[in-house]
Design a protein around this ligand. Structure first.
Ligand code: PAF
Length: 296
């Protein structure tokens, strides 16, 4: 595996790759890698000739009171994992390489970035959209891979790629889960033993939402009430939001019988904020395949 800290040397490497007419798959990460990240790498390897991954804890997507300073960082372990997974090139830029002094250009996706995470983490999705656009410009991948766990992030990236005419495909990869259902996340490392047990609350809520809609509960407000009661019964949990929204627009839906709905959750377990989501559908309506958006 080749590693690069500078944009210019990564570009030189990628120029040679493209001259050989090889396709490039890209997996952007913030490090603290887990099996979920590796599933993105595996998918990229099966689709593309060359796989580039990046590790960059992007300061602009953390609010002033968020966990930027304590976000888990273990570069040598991450390098070992990416090399073992068959990543060809790893981009590890220092902050000054991505945000030189006098940096002043931002990418902001308006409507799609306003609800859910956008409403509770001001500036977060603007930081994500900006760094992802920069990484796309640097790597110029044919296909970029993102996990379903950050569903709104995926829609924001999909929107910016279309609006800015970026010529790449954005592929969603299903959320990778622990055997008890907890979605893999670098932030799971913050959980104490008791919190780790309580954290299965999120996947239990998603499973409950899926079965209730199948059983014929088609009122979003009714389902919201039932899910909120389950959260209230877990002493270690504090609800940030439970949203029942359209999977393309993230606009709230009321009639769950009308088609596929996205259930998006943000819940604090102790001091750790976890998110998760699932698509649910009434009986007779099948769930779509993982989302993919082709460049225009
Ligand atoms: O999902 C993440 O890890 C980050 O938001 C991303 C896409 C790497 C941008 O910093």
């Amino acid at each position: 595996m080749r590693t690069f800290e500078q944009i210019s040397t990564l570009r030189t490497y990628l120029r040679a790759v493209r001259q050989e007419r090889k396709t490039v798959g890209f997996v952007p990460t913030m490090g603290a890698l887990h099996a979920g990240h590796l599933s993105l790498v595996q998918r990229a390897k099966s689709d593309c000739d060359v796989v580039v991954a990046s590790i960059f804890v992007n300061p602009t997507q953390f609010g002033p009171k968020e966990d930027f300073a304590k976000y888990p960082r273990d570069t040598s372990r991450d390098m070992q994992m990416t090399a073992n997974a068959g990543v060809d090139a790893l981009f590890l830029p220092p902050v000054e390489e991505m945000y030189p002094s006098n940096f002043q250009t931002w990418v902001e996706v308006e409507k799609m970035g306003e609800s859910l995470e956008g409403a509770v983490r001001p500036g977060h999705l603007k930081g994500v959209a900006t760094v992802v656009t920069k990484l796309f410009n640097i790597v110029q991948p044919d296909i970029a891979y993102f996990g379903q766990k950050d569903y709104q992030q995926f829609l924001v990236v999909e929107r910016l790629a279309r609006d800015l005419n970026l010529p790449l495909t954005i592929q969603m990869v299903p959320t990778f889960r622990e055997t008890d259902g907890l979605a893999m996340s670098s932030r799971n490392a913050y959980l104490s033993e008791a919190e780790r047990t309580a954290a299965t609350l999120l996947s239990r809520l998603l499973a409950l939402a899926g079965s209730r809609v199948q059983e014929g509960v088609h009122s979003a407000s009714q389902l919201h009430k039932e899910l909120t009661a389950v959260v209230a019964a877990e002493p270690l949990a504090t609800l940030d939001y439970i949203a029942l929204v359209h999977p393309d627009t993230l606009q709230p839906v009321e009639d769950l019988g009308a088609g596929v709905t996205l259930v998006a959750l943000a819940i604090r377990i102790g001091n750790t904020r976890l998110i998760d989501n699932a698509l649910i559908a009434p009986e007779g309506v099948s769930l779509p395949r993982p989302r993919v958006s082709r460049g225009v």
